[in-house]
Structure formats: C-alpha cells, structure tokens
Design a protein around this ligand. Structure first.
Ligand SMILES: C[S@@+](CC[C@H](N)C(=O)[O-])C[C@H]1O[C@@H](n2cnc3c(N)ncnc32)[C@H](O)[C@@H]1O
Length: 297
C-alpha cells in the first residue's frame, strides 16, 4: 500500500468536534458562518456550470489531475465482493480517476460513466484507452465511454448514462438498473438547490437493494477555509475564479438529501485525516464525508 493510500483510508486522525470548536472560535474565519439570504445567493444555470467544468478539464488536459482512488475498495468493499458483471454508474466521472480505479481492481465489472463536460469524457477516454482496461464489458468495448453530457440534475432517462450503450446490445449486457452508483467528489460541484434532483436521479437508476457510495468534501475541510469572503455564493457554498463550485457537507445536510430521495442510510461519517506538507512544514486538516446509502428492496 502506498503512503498516499494509507493517508486517505485511515479516517480518525482527529476529532471533528474539536476542529469545529477551534474554527468557530477563530474571528478571522467568521465570514464562513454568516447566514446567506436568498437574494444574495447565486444559482447559475446548468449550461454555465457545464461550461466552467469544460474549461477546467480543457485547462487540465495533461492528466496531472488524474489520481487513482484505490482506497475506494477499502471504503466500499462491496465493489470488491460483488458478483460478475455487476453494474456501476460513476456520476461526474471527470478524467476517470474513480472509474479506472474500479476497473483496475475488479475484473468483469461493468462501469458506466457520465459527466456534464464533454472535455472530461474525452480525457477519461484517453486515460482509459492508454491503461488497457475497458470501461464496459468486452462485448461493448467498441464504445468505451458514452458521450453523455447531460448534467445529472437534468437527466430524464431512468437509465441515465447507459442508454446509448444498451441500444444494440444483448439483454444481459449493459442494460437495466445499476447495482451501484458512485458519487465521488461530484455532488459538491452541483449547486445546492439542484442537489436533491441529482440525488433523486441517482436513486432512479439503482436497482432495489442497490448501493450508492458517496465521498465528498466535509464541513471545515481546509480547502473550505481557504476560500475568501467574496467567493461565497451560498451558505457553505463557494465559487472558484474559474466558475466551478464547491459545497462542504455536514452530516445532517447529506443525510437529509439522501433520505429525502428515498435512500436508507447504511454509513455516514466524517473522515478526518491529518497530513503534513513537509516542504511548507504545515499540518493540514482534511475533512471528507463518507456515506453509503441503499435503495430499499
Ligand atoms: C471533482 S470532479 C470528480 C471526478 C471523479 N468523480 C473523481 O473521482 O475524480 C467533479 C466532476 O463532476 C462533474 N460535474 C459537475 N456538475 C455536474 C453535473 N450537474 N452533472 C454531471 N457531472 C457534473 C464535473 O465536470 C467534474 O468532472
């Protein structure tokens, strides 16, 4: 196991409540907690959001941002133990960091991926082709990645990103509801007022009993505290200068979103990881949220 994997997996380096107290007592950080009125909060259109992500992926086309997520199998062991040809939909696949990690660690699993950015899908396709793994099963590998550029909050089709791939295939292949949905650092990129639609769409593509794996930015992660006051676009919601967004989840907000869509909570915790930047001699307090939710049988 590499040191990077170790860092990301072990999730109880510090107590989240103590971090909360320290941050909420710091007057220089007070602007993060001020209420946001509905007039001042800015909701952008899904087209503008997609364009921002397209520019982001075009700018970061070198693959530097590609990061294998091998810890996924430790955090979500169901991915390792599932039956042959289980189907996974990776929502907001970016350059394929999650999709490729699943494909590398598990044979005979079918991975579908969608993203609102066509640039992201191009990057993911390049990286996956270069890695000699397929995003879908052998009989479908002529279409390694579907060009699905509909934002998840706008999906109308109950099969989400898999509809084109299934059109000319046998019924046992790439058709039907998903066994798993992965939402890995994607929901935080969706505006808060559209998250419930996005989660409902994830619910609709899962089979009864299917699992949704959630990992994203947690409240008081150090990257939240780096945002300036004028980057706030809502309560716990920020916009970067390139137009991409980031939301920081509390357990309560995440729970409410998933339960309102009909999910059952299986696991929901903060992952608190201390990592040291040796060059800058700085300790970083990372907070992620880890969730596992099930669609009722
Ligand atoms: C931080 S990246 C995460 C990528 C990937 N899941 C991973 O594990 O690295 C967030 C991705 O979500 C995509 N995204 C943002 N809003 C979306 C939406 N409404 N529908 C689909 N994808 C979206 C972005 O284009 C971006 O590729």
């Amino acid at each position: 196991m590499s040191s990077q994997e170790t860092t990301e997996y072990y999730s109880n380096d510090f107590d989240w409540e103590k971090l909360r107290e320290r941050i909420e007592d710091d007057p220089t950080l007070r602007y993060h907690f001020l209420p946001f009125t509905s007039q001042s909060s800015s909701s952008s259109s899904s087209i503008l959001d997609s364009q921002s992500w397209n520019h982001f992926h075009a700018r970061h086309s070198t693959g530097k941002f590609f990061k294998e997520r091998r810890y996924l199998f430790k955090e979500f062991p169901e991915l390792a133990s599932c039956g042959e040809y289980s189907k996974v939909l990776e929502v907001g696949c970016g350059n394929g960091s999650t999709a490729i990690s699943i494909l590398r660690c598990k044979e005979n699993i079918l991975v579908f991926a969608c993203d609102c950015s066509t640039e992201a899908l191009d990057r993911a396709t390049e990286i996956i082709n270069a890695s000699n793994v397929w995003l879908v099963c052998d009989s479908c590998c002529i279409m390694p990645l579907q060009k699905q550029n509909t934002p998840i909050s706008d999906f109308e089709n109950s099969e989400g990103g898999s509809s084109d791939i299934t059109s000319s295939k046998k019924s046992e292949c790439c058709i039907g509801p998903m066994d798993f949905v992965t939402l890995i650092f994607t929901l935080s990129a969706v505006p808060l007022d559209r998250m419930s639609t996005a989660v409902a769409e994830c619910f609709s593509v899962l089979k009864p009993g299917g699992l949704l794996f959630f990992r994203d930015y947690g409240l008081y992660d150090m990257t939240m505290l780096r945002f300036e006051a004028d980057q706030r676009v809502g309560f716990r919601e920020y916009k970067r200068s390139d137009g991409t967004r980031s939301y920081f989840f509390s357990l309560d907000i995440a729970r409410d979103l998933f339960l309102a869509a009909g999910f059952i909570e299986v696991e929901l915790v903060y992952c608190c990881v201390k990592s040291v930047n040796r060059r800058k001699q700085k300790t970083m307090h990372r907070v992620w949220i880890h969730g596992k939710f099930q669609k009722p049988m």
